[in-house]
Design a binder for this molecule. Structure first.
Ligand SMILES: [Fe+2]
Ligand SMILES: [Fe+2]
Length: 258
């Protein structure tokens, strides 16, 4: 039993990018059961940019599930952005989950944008000024919602989808000074609180693709500048957890652009 998951984050769409992903997206049914988007779909979170996302990622032959990223919040138009995406058939998760019936079984996806805060030994703490307590409370609440969503889904395979990173492994390449703004260890704890098979995130454009939670869950940074292709494909299953890597052009599916 294998479920095939395509994923990409940080596509940062505006009018000038529309059409660049679409040829590869049309090939999705050949290699994937679902497409997951790890946030930062837009540059500034405008309704107009969301319409570009809907045009590019709407109406595909596989289900599309997304979380939003920090860029998608920039213009304070989140409700409008979400409506445009949902009208295009894209499922938007924020502290909740969805179960999809795939050929290889029931895939549970729990998603949250997440937040910063840093990682064990180098993290913000719930102490001092109200602003700092508010910052850490946002981190904790976001991670709590992810954990609750993960533990609530009845499915055969479980995937966590976030924008911010749950581990520092996939941040390697970014300046150490900004790690606390790229993710938080609480997300990793939430992922480890359930039998998660795979954790996908974006946000760290200069990071590294592969990592692992302290509990041993496979973490992949699918930010487009990291994976350098329209999407990566991951297989999850009873006996097979692999990153499906097709040589460019070798499978007849051209998934890359630069
Ligand atoms: Fe981004
Ligand atoms: Fe981001």
């Amino acid at each position: 039993m294998v479920i095939r998951i395509a994923a990409v984050g940080d596509v940062h769409l505006d009018e000038d990018v529309v059409g660049r992903f679409r040829p590869a997206l049309e090939e999705l049914p050949e290699c994937a059961d679902v497409l997951l988007l790890a946030g930062d779909l837009t540059r500034h979170g405008t309704e107009a940019e969301a319409r570009c996302v809907a045009q590019e990622f709407g109406g595909l032959a596989v289900p599309v599930v997304t979380v939003l990223g920090n860029h998608d919040h920039q213009c304070d138009q989140v409700p409008q952005v979400v409506k445009v995406l949902e009208d295009a058939g894209i499922t938007v998760l924020e502290g909740n989950g969805v179960v999809l019936d795939c050929a290889g079984g029931r895939l549970g996806i729990a998603g949250v944008k997440g937040f910063g805060g840093g990682f064990a030994g180098r993290c913000a703490s719930d102490f001092g000024e109200p602003e700092m307590k508010s910052f850490v409370r946002t981190t904790n609440e976001s991670a709590d919602r992810l954990g609750e969503a993960l533990r609530s889904l009845e499915c055969d395979m479980l995937v966590a989808l976030t924008h911010y990173a749950p581990v520092p492994d996939t941040l390697v390449g970014e300046p150490l000074e900004i790690y606390p703004f790229l993710g938080s260890y609480q997300l990793g704890q939430a992922i480890d609180s359930a039998p998660t098979a795979l954790a996908l995130h974006g946000h760290a454009h200069a990071g590294t693709e592969r990592g692992m939670t302290p509990g041993g869950v496979r973490v992949r940074n699918v930010a487009h500048p990291v994976i350098k292709q329209a999407y990566s494909v991951f297989h999850v299953g009873d006996q097979l957890d692999t990153d499906q890597v097709s040589p460019i052009g070798g499978s007849g599916i051209q998934r890359s652009w630069s």
